[in-house]
Design a protein around this ligand. Sequence first.
Ligand code: AMP
Ligand code: MG
Length: 342
Amino acid sequence: MKVKLDVLFGLLLSGLYIATAVWVHRQYKPPAVENSGFHLMMGTVVQVTAVADNPAAARRAIQAAFDVLQNVQRTMNDRDPNSELSQINQTAFEQEVQVSPDLFAVLCAARQYSQLTNGAFDSTVGPLVALWRRMETTGIEPTPEEIQEARRRVGYEKVILNPTQQTVRFEAEGMRLDLGGIAKGYAVDAAIGAMKELGIRGGMVDVGGNIRCFGTPPPPAKHWTIGLQNPRAEALSAKIRLDELAVATSGDYRRFVEKGGKRFSHILNPATGESAAELISVTILAPSAMEADALSTAVSVLGREKGLALIESLPEVEAIVIAADKPEELIFTSGAAAYLLK
Ligand code: AMP
Ligand code: MG
């Protein structure tokens, strides 16, 4: 019996030794890093990076992320007449429409951000966006009457969401949901979730400046970092340490229409129907990409004073903004400096 116990103990020890050796080897074996390159999707540029034990695992994770992004694009693109969102836009005034779980979750989140931002974020801006898009293609500026008419069809409180039935209904005719200010962030979170599920070491998903990372960065880096561009200086003006944080940047420099020396941003103030003009760049750091996305759009509308006050009131959220009248200066919320790298 004594001998048997000794053998058992010996076996256990050697088992432990092998497990430790495997663990140590895994820790020090350099990971495989794969990058998707740039892809045009969701009306912007998408890039995914995966860090895994081997190239095949990294590529599988990248594919999983793209599958998720594709799915969100198919569901929530208001420019595609066959998307689920377009079906809602066409019929939700006449009747209640059943909504898929993903889309329903985004609609609920959008409403929460509307409430939080006092309506500065409002995904029912579709009718105003249509006027803006007309200007983008034809150069015809919306008249005050057209803006007023469109605004009657805007307002998150006119969207009735039924959580038990998972349905949506519009209270005004001609309403149009536009998830351009939140869906990219949602997609990034979902894609990161899919990569994590595969158990890889780390990854990054970037959908047009909506970025989230997790785990180990590509060696030799110790942190996931991003460069923040000054839109008027065309130079990297700050480097931010992200690690597990998400980041989103909204601004007038990527998408705008210029007329008579004036810039019209694609971000619209639902209260006035006008383009947001005070801030030329708004970067938000937040625990989730969806939160960063929605809040970057909202702060663009709210402007410097109200926007930064809102962000200061939110735990774990920081902002870095550039004002139109002082384009060379970066303005930070109180906690943002902690994430800057020199
Ligand atoms: P982002 O680039 O995330 O700031 O989103 C801008 C996009 O969101 C626009 O192209 C519109 O599709 C949509 N949008 C514009 N204004 C608003 C707003 N006030 N609230 C929510 N979405 C908006
Ligand atoms: Mg946004």
